[in-house]
Write a protein that binds this ligand. Sequence first.
Ligand code: AHR
Ligand code: AHR
Length: 508
Amino acid sequence: MKSSVKVNAARVECEISPMIYGHFIENLGRCIYGGILRNERPGRIGGPWKRRGDLLDVVKELKPPVIRWPGGLYADGYDWRDGVGPREARPLRRNRYWSRFGPFTRVLDPHWFGTHEYMDFIRELNTEPYINVNFGTGTASEAARWVEYVNGTADTLEGSRRADYGEPDPWGVRYWGIGNEMYAFWTLGHSGPREYARRYLEYRQAMESVDQGLSFVAVGSDTAFSETWNREVLSVAGDQIDLLSIHIYLPGFEHQVGFTAYHLRHGSSGLYAPIVAAPLEIETRLRDAWKDVEAVMGPDTDVVIALDEWNLWWKLSQLIVPKYTLRDALFVCGTFHALHRTSEFVKMANIAQLVNIMGVLSARGPRFYRSPLYYAFRMYTTLAGPLRVSTSTQCDSFACPHLGGIRAMSDVPVLDGSATLSADGGVLTLFVINRNVSEEVEVDIEIDGFDPRGDIEVHCLDGPSAEAFNWYGRDEVVSIERSVKDAGDVLPRYRLPAHSATALVMKK
Ligand code: AHR
Ligand code: AHR
């Protein structure tokens, strides 16, 4: 079949929330301690722990739009009061959630990274904070006091304590999550949907009595995990929910056994098709969650979805030494396209996680490296515009077998195109993923409603093979190659390398 991508730039379909390219950090393993912070006295858990400037610089290049903290599962065992006040005086406690899995997931919590350190990190990155409060083992009034500590003026009780610790002005944090994965047996203080919804309302009321300007994220469930949770929660608390949180990990840690059997049978190359097709699974699940929202709240609802944890996850070691490949970066690019296509109702997304834990970045001792996922993020956050324009693709397709949570699909398109426009309409960016693992694809590109002038900037995320990965000291094996081409060399026909994602940036 002849391959083509048609873009109609005159048809702006939807705004894409900039927050879909967001991140998440948790006190789990070496994400914060060992990732964001470096121990100045290695081996001594009490630190001092100092922020790593080198890592911060590369995070800045991602222009992160939002960073969620402190969990994750950690959040429902976290007492925020342990994390404020003079650092040396903060308690050294057992990590209430992650200590159960032993040293690799973090046994002790030195509390060096608390609210002030998080907000400094946020400020330094010029990004949006999103705090998840403790629902599982905490209380509504503790959460409300945290809101006062963060957002109260210096003449409030908690606001004055913040001022005493050096921050006279409120931080004005808008996004607050209430609990995490409360539907799951593995969560501290998990509960049924109706009980969750009832207590969620208590939390919201208590937190709102301190600050009226907050947006609340309620725990939703991936429909593959529970078919009833969302509808029950929404039917009790829907009109008090701003964002419904969904988590999707694929093929899914819970499918480890099936994954291992598949891997033994088909080898690493057998993973390629399901993993690059997995964004379609994500899209289906997001649409399913949206069906729940519409069914309960009606089509004009203000509730939107936050995919506030997502990534590829199939083995424990990805929490310790993740080794993502170019294939996995193509999964990230495809997920961005799925998020573009669902931008009517998905307004935030946060990959799990920024450093070390299934990391976009990996750090150890004084060194760090950028994984292939990092480059996927950088390509989209720096080049995508805020408006989705009509894009249609014609191409061959392939079949993908069932793998863990990824269902079997008979017709996965080889190409996946998504086009965006800048706010002023002057820059059109066309992203095209070529999922063909071994062959380049020649594609006809047809553009209506936009007359590209001058050169075209081409950015290509690629590497020597789909299984290529980056490592310490060589983190550009998979990376982005930028070139400037004469428009006539790109349009109307362009060759997309095998296993790659390309961005064509056109100006008028
Ligand atoms: O990201 C790792 C963990 O995965 C998070 O803490 C939890 O929310 C999810 O199950
Ligand atoms: O993949 C692990 C768990 O499965 C996630 O934490 C949960 O959201 C999902 O259903």
